[in-house]
Design a protein around this ligand. Structure first.
Ligand SMILES: Nc1ncnc2c1ncn2[C@@H]1O[C@H](COP(=O)(O)OP(=O)(O)OP(=O)(O)O)[C@@H](O)[C@H]1O
Length: 273
């Protein structure tokens, strides 16, 4: 059963004056797949991730997650389905005065009773697990720091450490590298991919760094103006396609990277732009 199946999907933002944020989206995403969403600013990447995390109800078309249409379910059942999905937004909503350990352990709230959750606010329930998750993003030393004392990149990785503690089977990650240097970007993508592989979870990650998307992800879904421009194995993505996708835009380039495994496309994508 696919993790997601979208057919002719249209999504509109409430109150938006312009046309749909997503139009005629067709996508089938299998369990364990790892794919990158690319495309210029405003293309619809965040909207698609929000739709996949059940934050936006589609206006038209059909949508299923784990074989069911979440919007045909009652609120309580849909809420339980949400526990299977984890969206890591670009700017994680972390309470500023909270300790990092508490903020990270909050990923387990859906699994806890109200009583356990309340107690954990005062005495973190499993600091060792939080430390391990943070350490995988090179952030173990911030376990007891206050969230508002973290740098932008540290906050971003703190948000990703939450993902490691959630039991989700679909990991949705929105521009995780926007505040990270090249070495941490590499570490972050490797950690996310390892985690997804270890739990056979689906990983969908939006990226502005086209070279990193091609180096790390076997499948590339490109959006432009709310539509899928192409959906291809990375070996079939050509520099010309990338140039056309970003025509009139400037995709972000990271420092030169070595692909982590064999790939036919040379990531010299920036050169043609
Ligand atoms: N809350 C909102 N209300 C109205 N329109 C919105 C809202 N959020 C996004 N949009 C519009 O929807 C379209 C898609 O935006 P979205 O944020 O999904 O793009 P994106 O590809 O993630 O962009 P970026 O790379 O800049 O983050 C844009 O035209 C944007 O202006």
């Amino acid at each position: 059963m696919p993790t997601y199946q979208l057919h002719n999907l249209t999504v509109r933002h409430i109150g938006a004056r312009s046309s749909s944020a997503l139009q005629a989206i067709n996508l089938t995403i299998e369990p364990g797949e790892q794919l990158a969403l690319i495309g210029p600013s405003g293309a619809g990447k965040t909207t698609l991730l929000a739709t996949l995390s059940l934050s936006h109800q589609p206006a038209e078309g059909s949508f299923s997650a784990f074989g069911v249409d979440p919007w045909a379910l009652g609120e309580a059942v849909r809420h339980r389905l949400r526990a299977q999905l984890f969206l890591a937004p670009q700017t994680p909503p972390l309470p500023p005065r909270q300790r990092v350990v508490t903020a990270v352990l909050a990923a387990r709230l859906p699994q806890w009773s109200v009583w356990r959750a309340l107690v954990s606010l005062f005495k973190p329930a499993d600091p060792e697990a939080a430390w391990q998750a943070l350490s995988r993003f090179n952030l173990g030393d911030k376990l007891y720091s206050r969230v508002d004392r973290l740098s932008g990149g540290e906050r971003q990785r703190c948000g990703l450490a939450r993902l490691l503690l959630s039991p989700a089977k679909a990991l949705l990650v929105d521009e995780p590298l926007s505040a990270l240097d090249p070495a941490l970007s590499e570490l972050t993508l490797n950690t996310l991919r390892e985690e997804a592989r270890a739990r056979n979870a689906t990983l969908i990650c939006s990226l502005h760094q086209v070279d990193l998307a091609l180096a790390h992800f076997p499948r590339i879904v490109a959006l432009r103006d709310g539509r899928i421009a192409f959906d291809l194995p990375r070996e079939q993505v050509t520099p010309q396609m990338i140039a056309a996708l970003y025509q009139g835009e400037q995709p972000t380039e990271a420092a030169p990277q070595q692909p982590d495994d064999a790939m036919a496309v040379k990531p010299g994508v920036g050169a043609c732009l």
